[in-house]
Design a protein around this ligand. Structure first.
Ligand code: TA6
Length: 293
């Protein structure tokens, strides 16, 4: 495990050369390489902002306690789009290496309400503790969030991992595991639809929130062969997003401009309604991503 004070990153390497890097700002995974460290699996914009002034465009940003633009007349109404978790500096809590069989290393990060910048604490004055675990193993990358309500009264939240997967060619990329599922299509004015085909191709802007997905694995194929399995853990929803040409052009921190050809967001979360957490209780959810190259 290496802590780079200058870059404010924590990284870990397995004996087989696989690596993961996490930026303390946002506890954002900014790199995950398997295949002995040769295959980069996440996409990060060349114009991503790393200095904490804006969420990183790429990697695995954490969305908490609200997904999307905050709704009116709600405890989260004064928070930014996608909440504050990706906008604040987390602390590195430490690492654990596996003792048994296959090697693995777990990196733990913490965010506590007492450490929130005033603007977010005032906007969402609830006592909470988040512990985010990033585990690198030969099986894949597991990222799990534990949310603890440290207050006496209940609060509600949404959670999502806004994963930017790296693909070689979006025109050769298809997504399986969402056939016959219901989705809200943000490109079609947030109307509800059912995916009638077993497989989804990306031929333009896609921004779909699949709600209450039956089985827990969303598979990404390139040229028909399996590239990633994204497996939900205690989460019921999956968002699929590609900004395509115009939206990519419209983001100042999205580069190269044709980078939409090399990225696909498959975002697991609990975003349909709100998770209610009683005072003193904890909730856990996350994902395992397998890189099948
Ligand atoms: O997850 C899809 C989405 O909600 C899109 O609608 C788009 O807004 C994307 O997230 C990026 O949001 P950001 O706040 O990171 O620019």
């Amino acid at each position: 495990v290496d802590i780079d004070e200058k870059r404010q990153t924590v990284s870990a390497t397995l004996p087989n050369g696989d690596t993961v890097e996490v930026l303390l700002y946002g506890a954002t995974v900014t790199s995950w390489k398997n295949g002995g460290g040769k295959t980069e699996n996440v996409w990060v914009s060349e114009k991503a902002i790393w200095d904490g002034s804006k969420p990183v465009r790429g990697g695995i940003p954490i969305v908490f306690p609200n997904f999307g633009p905050p709704i009116k007349d709600h405890a989260t109404s004064a928070l930014p789009q996608h909440g504050f978790a990706r906008n604040v500096r987390w602390e590195f809590l430490g690492s654990e290496k596996s003792e048994s069989g296959t090697s693995s290393v777990k990196l733990d990060f913490g965010l506590y309400s007492s450490a929130l910048p005033a603007k977010f604490r005032e906007a969402w004055p609830l006592d909470f503790g988040l512990v985010y675990s990033v585990t690198l193993s030969e099986e894949g990358l597991r990222t799990i969030m534990t949310v603890r309500n440290e207050g006496s009264s209940a609060f509600e939240f949404q959670f999502l991992l806004h994963t930017y997967l790296r693909v070689n060619d979006i025109s050769q990329t298809t997504i399986n595991g969402l056939g016959s599922e219901t989705y809200i299509d943000k490109v079609l004015n947030a109307t509800k639809h059912e995916q009638t085909t077993p497989s989804l191709s990306i031929t333009g802007e896609v921004d779909r929130a699949y709600i209450g997905v039956k089985q827990d694995t969303t598979s990404v194929l390139e040229g028909g062969s399996p590239r990633f399995d994204v497996i939900r853990d205690n989460l019921s929803d999956t968002v699929v997003w590609n900004p395509w040409i115009e939206k990519a052009k419209g983001m100042g921190d999205f580069a190269p401009q044709d980078g939409y050809k090399n990225m696909l967001c498959v975002e697991v979360g609990a975003i349909d309604g709100w998770q209610k957490l009683e005072g003193g209780d904890a909730w856990e959810g996350g994902q395992l991503i397998k890189s099948l190259l």
